[in-house]
Every structure is written in C-alpha cells, then in structure tokens.
Design a protein around this ligand. Sequence first.
Ligand code: PRP
Length: 198
Amino acid sequence: MPKPRKIRQRAANRRGERVKILISGGRIQRRIQALAKQIRRDFPDEPLHLVSVLKGGVFFLTDLARSIAGEVSFDFIAVSSYGKATRSSGQVRLTRDLDSSIEGKTVILVEDILDTGMTLQYLLKLFQQRKPKHLRVAVLLDKPERRIAPVRADYLGFSIPNEFVVGYGLDYAERYRNLPYVGVLSLDSKVAKKAAEK
Ligand code: PRP
C-alpha cells in the first residue's frame, strides 16, 4: 500500500506564506466538548439560541451546536468595521441582522476570536436592547493583549499570544478558513512581494 504523503505544514506555499500549527484540530474539538458541557450545566433545562458572527464564527458554532445536548437553535449576524484599522475607533456597523427575535431567549453569542473587543462590545449593546432572557458569550480564541473595549467571554476556548492566526474560520485574504486547526501565519516577504507583482 502506498504510504500517506507527509504533510509539511511549515513549507511556504507559492505566495510565500507559511502556517505553523498553534492549536491542533484535536485540541480544538476536545475543548469544544468541554465548553458544550459547561454551557449545558449552566442552563440545564433551557432551549439555547446560538448566534454566530459571520463569517469566522461559523465553524465554532456548528461544532459547538453539535456538542450541546438538548434543544438548540441558531441564527447569524454580520458586521462590518470599515476595515481592521478603523475598528479601534469603534466604527462597527450591522450589515446583516438576525432572522428572528431574541426576546425572552437564552442567547449564546458565538465568536471565533476576541481581539480589540469592539465588535463584541457593539453586539452586546445591540442584543441587550432586544431583551433576551440570558445573554452569554462563547469565544474560541482570546488575544487579551489587544483588548481596547472592556469585554470578556463567559466561555473561552484558548488564550493566545498576539500573533496573526488563521484556520478554523479565521482567514488571511479570505483563505485558510477551512483549516481544521489554528495556525500562525508568517509571510516570506520576498516571495510575497513577487506574487503581488504578478
Ligand atoms: C473577526 C472575528 C470577530 C472580530 C473580532 O472578524 O470574527 O468578529 O474580528 O475583532 P475585534 O475584537 O477587534 O472587534 P473579521 O472582521 O475578521 O471578519 P470575518 O469573521 O468575516 O473574517
């Protein structure tokens, strides 16, 4: 039988980008199982309504939803921040609203990453105005060093250093979201420059 090909995670691709695994797919899945149990323990008899922020949070939402026992529904919301550079100024705006009302529901806001916290701050304020029964936040990755807004996750997967991470929903120019793990992206500046010139 042919031997499986060795995957060289650190090899740079033709764009001069390398991804080094930070959190393996197995660790992510195990952590999600534990978070799902913790959420269900906190709300043993409640139907839970998960809300994910497009697009990055979708992978975390689907895995979390499948791991939580009992009644679960979900919905999606999208925001734009006029680019990352302006997010720190708090300029977050809604680009896609929820399909259904959250009034009286136990809502878990599901995010892939907590960075400056501006997105979460905006969404928490918006959701509170809509009178949910309970509102909690589940975040897979937290970069505490980057925080500007005073927000925190009720359920946290991993605290990570301030590195550029991709995978498991997180992108670089819309690529890498489909990786089953979270990795640190590095750019080979010479190759990246050449690729940009083509
Ligand atoms: C990411 C992430 C959060 C936000 C967190 O979304 O999914 O929504 O950034 O950053 P903050 O704490 O600084 O506000 P992004 O804008 O990259 O969009 P995407 O999910 O579509 O990739």
